[in-house]
Design a protein around this ligand. Structure first.
Ligand code: XIL
Length: 330
């Protein structure tokens, strides 16, 4: 029989993939249906794309992805309800163009989360509620985003409460990157612990997993899993990819050197090492999602020195210069 990844991992956890609507047809669709049993919309549920104006929600792309998933018996992770990036400018502005008050911003956040979670109620098994709220700089705690500047820390527990009220059966996650880095890990731990201690409805933590061939080390990953696990939370790897681009690979200076056999071997060994760890933590890991379907398109591909993801990905006049080859499929 012709098994896919999801079948090999049946006894462990769902195997997910991040998609945009271009992946719902042709080769990508076939691959998704065969290999994966969880889907995350790559961009189409984020605040800017789904709520571009105060009085208008753009459900079209997100509904297409959700309908595709339901048709093929694939579960759906929602991503995300609150982020500093891809947030619409109107959200933070009052009618005179000045900065909105805390009261108004929290009211808008409540309206947004309630509308989005309600629209997909019963169809989404897990939501990334708050994305990347912790600062990377060792001396800072929370990221100095507009959310934080206007609301202080309060927007985080509020976001979880609004989401839980709208769909009490969805599992709610805090999601971040570099979450295995010791200093950032301890800040994330502090935030999660404060939420758990206050009885806020949070079920788990997402480790994005935008990782490299050599780092983070297996030890750091295990330490992070143990640390978050000690809070009684579930853990998902939400955005896994392993770029093979070298450290000094700069789009201006280097041509795409391709996925050489040597790099492909190192990447295979790295994926083996990671999945051995994930399997050992199957009681706490409730999902592993790859960020994109195949190396044909990755958000890590770069053009003119920047990332090729998002809108630019469909701009054929601006070709990809360096590919990242971060995924399992060619
Ligand atoms: C990325 C998408 O892949 C791109 O298409 C988009 O231009 C920017 O966002 N962390 C996250 C994801 O939580 O939402 C990001 O997705 C990648 C980093």
């Amino acid at each position: 029989e012709n098994k896919g990844l999801k079948d090999y991992y049946k006894a462990y956890f769902p195997i997910g993939v991040a998609v945009n609507i271009r992946a719902l047809k042709g080769d990508e669709a076939k691959l998704i249906i065969h290999e994966f049993n969880s889907i995350t919309p790559e961009n189409d549920m984020k605040m800017g794309p789904i709520h571009p104006r105060e009085d208008f929600y753009n459900w079209r792309n997100a509904d297409s992805i959700v309908n595709f998933a339901i048709k093929h018996h694939i579960r759906i992770r929602g991503h995300n309800l609150l982020w500093h990036a891809q947030a619409p400018a109107w959200m933070f502005k009052d009618s005179t163009g000045g900065q909105v008050s805390k009261e108004v911003l929290l009211k808008r956040l409540k309206d947004h989360i309630t509308a989005v979670v309600t629209h997909f109620k019963g169809k989404i098994y897990a939501w990334d509620v708050v994305n990347e709220a912790i600062d990377d700089k060792p001396d800072n705690y929370l990221r100095n985003s507009l959310w934080y500047k206007i609301c202080g820390e309060e927007f985080i527990p509020k976001a979880f409460e609004y989401a839980h009220a709208a769909d009490p059966s969805a599992a709610l996650y805090y999601n971040d990157y570099n979450s295995e880095n010791e200093s950032k890990r301890e800040k994330i731990f502090k935030l999660l612990k404060s939420l758990v201690d206050a009885g806020i409805p949070i079920n788990g933590v997402g480790l994005q997993g935008h990782w490299k061939l050599d780092n983070p080390s297996p030890e750091l990953i295990r330490e992070a899993l143990d640390r978050y696990k000690s809070l009684g939370l579930k853990i998902q790897i939400t955005e896994l990819d392993i770029t093979v681009r070298g450290r000094n690979h700069n789009a201006q200076a280097n041509a795409d050197s391709g996925l050489t056999p040597a790099l492909a071997d190192r990447q295979a060994a790295r994926y083996k090492e990671l999945f051995e760890i994930f399997r050992a933590y199957k009681n706490v890991i409730t999902g592993v999602t790859f960020w994109n379907v195949s190396d044909r398109y990755s958000w890590l591909d770069s053009r003119n020195g920047g990332l090729a993801g998002g809108a630019a990905a469909s701009d054929q006049s601006n070709p990809v210069i360096i590919k990242a080859y971060p995924l399992l499929f060619d």
